[in-house]
Ligand binder design. Structure first.
Ligand SMILES: CC(C)(COP(=O)(O)OP(=O)(O)OC[C@H]1O[C@@H](n2cnc3c(N)ncnc32)[C@H](O)[C@@H]1OP(=O)(O)O)[C@@H](O)C(=O)NCCC(=O)NCCS
Length: 168
């Protein structure tokens, strides 16, 4: 059994770590705009938050989440997603920690944190239809494929959701 999986604070000095993870081949294949991610992490918007994923205190990955407005959801064609839903991105940056169940466990930690807010109807993750590892990991955390869509520049993707109201 792995040591505890926790979400710990991300500070400006962690940007270097994030840059290294985004450049690792197993991550770079799916994260096409590393500069955007780093800029976001260094200075997140008011409705966004981020954290390091730590195992037994060692930082091995990164997770970010952001509440999404009606306007933004409609602009990407996600009309059926309730406003105030939270969009999540995740990566396990250290290659030797991939495939050990840490991603799903980090998602469960975030899920329980967001449940406490009581103002989040749904959580969503977007992943390429080709990213089978991500789909398996998200399914383990309780997410299900809602439908396919094509966000600009990313090709066919699945929107995977977790409905906090249905799973109260
Ligand atoms: C997607 C990701 C967050 C999942 O987290 P994780 O902790 O690796 O998840 P899991 O351990 O549950 O593994 C999920 C699946 O990955 C696959 N897998 C196992 N070892 C693997 C390895 N060394 N490399 C790639 N995939 C592997 C398996 O299919 C596994 O499913 P299974 O356990 O049912 O067989 C993580 O693999 C990752 O960060 N990958 C690179 C970046 C990425 O794809 N981010 C998501 C973009 S949408």
């Amino acid at each position: 059994m792995e040591a505890d999986v926790t979400l710990t604070g991300f500070s400006s000095t962690d940007v270097t770590l994030l840059l290294r993870w985004l450049a690792a081949p197993h991550v770079a294949a799916w994260y096409l705009d590393p500069e955007d991610h780093v800029a976001w992490a260094a200075n997140p918007p008011p409705n966004g938050e981020r954290a390091l994923i730590a195992v037994g205190g060692r930082a091995v990955g990164y997770i970010r989440w952001q509440s999404v407005s009606r306007e933004v959801l409609d602009s990407v064609g996600l009309h059926e997603i309730p406003s105030g839903s939270v969009d999540i991105d995740i990566l396990i940056g250290e290659p030797e920690f991939v495939g050990r169940g840490i991603g799903p466990r980090a998602l469960l930690v975030l899920l329980s944190k967001l449940r406490q807010r009581r103002d989040v109807p749904m959580l969503g993750l977007t992943t390429s239809v080709q990213n089978l590892s991500a789909q398996r990991a998200y399914t383990k955390a309780g997410f299900r494929i809602l439908r396919e869509y094509s966000p600009t520049g990313y090709g066919p993707c699945y929107l995977m959701v977790y409905n906090l109201n249905e799973n109260a």
